[in-house]
Design a protein around this ligand. Structure first.
Ligand SMILES: C[S@@+](CC[C@H](N)C(=O)[O-])C[C@H]1O[C@@H](n2cnc3c(N)ncnc32)[C@H](O)[C@@H]1O
Length: 278
């Protein structure tokens, strides 16, 4: 691909998704955009990009942006955040929210649903200790394709064997031909919706807990800072933020502080109450 075409693609992806396409990631182009070029009747990825440069077609830009996202995920990924959610976050919210109220959780880059479904399983397991506290999970992603899969609640044998404790698999999944279907009762509390993290969060409301894991890594410093600062406005003063293992607020945003000894868990700056429990 010539420099002008590559630069066009870099700028387009930055604008549509915030993603920074580094030059050393050029190898991804053929594997991810080759199938799209064929489907859209172009001879090659180069021909596809050239056409995009002249057409300025939002539909094609969105398809290419989606294809360039990395959707890797699995149940209870990295384990620790889910352990902390159970051991620290749920007890804090149970103690500090009126009985019977609803705690609001946002999975801000939910991919094919394993993250929100993992949280739904924990909450069902912990229900007896939650003093009637209800929960709702908003699970968003920029990609329609992964959201469609998440909504079906159907996973392959390989996917249910990655990270999911066997007793939870037995309890919450049933065989559906050669796939596994998640218990529809877990789906009732989850709303899947397309949402780009570059958009304004205001319409989404305020959350007690936000999982924004393994997505900031794709953005540049300014975009990470902007998203973290806006997330602070969307999280209750004593709420919680979970980031991925390779992500941090350090050097990016003063709105959050890490909870010492609790990897991946952040609270809003100055919130002693949440820190004490957490
Ligand atoms: C690597 S997956 C992480 C999934 C899950 N959070 C986890 O940790 O397992 C990153 C997800 O972020 C989504 N994503 C990328 N850019 C986005 C954006 N600008 N807005 C919303 N979602 C985005 C991708 O489509 C992808 O599904």
């Amino acid at each position: 691909m010539n420099t002008q075409d590559f630069t066009f693609l870099v700028n387009m992806l930055k604008k549509t998704s915030g993603h920074v396409l580094a030059e050393d990631k050029g190898y991804l182009l053929d594997s991810r955009l080759g199938p799209i070029a064929r489907k859209e009747n172009y001879d090659s990825v180069d021909a596809l990009i050239k056409a995009m440069r002249t057409k300025n077609d939002d539909r094609l830009n969105a398809i290419v942006t989606e294809a360039m996202t990395t959707n890797e995920t699995f149940f209870f990924r990295d384990r620790t955040p889910f352990d902390l959610f159970k051991s620290d976050v749920i007890p804090h919210l149970t103690a500090n929210r009126p009985a019977g109220s609803k705690i609001k959780i946002w999975c801000a880059a939910a991919s094919s649903g394993q993250e929100p479904y993992s949280l739904a399983m924990i909450m069902r397991e912990e229900a007896a200790r939650m003093k009637g506290l209800q929960s709702s999970i908003l699970a968003t992603d920029i990609s329609d394709k992964v959201l469609e899969k998440a909504k079906t609640g159907l996973y392959s044998q390989f996917e249910v064997q990655r990270g999911l404790p066997v007793q939870l698999m037995v309890k919450y999944f049933e065989k559906a031909n050669d796939l596994w279907r998640i218990d529809p009762r877990l789906q009732q509390h989850i709303t899947f919706r397309k949402f780009n993290l570059l958009e304004n969060f205001r319409g989404l409301g305020q959350f007690d807990v936000v999982f924004c894991r393994n997505v900031l890594i794709y953005f540049d410093q300014a975009t990470k800072t902007d998203i973290l600062n806006r997330l602070a406005q969307s999280i209750a003063p004593d709420g919680f933020l979970f980031l991925g293992a390779a992500e941090t607020v350090m050097g990016l945003s003063d709105a959050f502080v890490p909870v010492p000894g609790k990897r991946g868990l952040y609270i809003r700056k100055g919130q002693a109450a949440a820190a004490q429990v957490a």
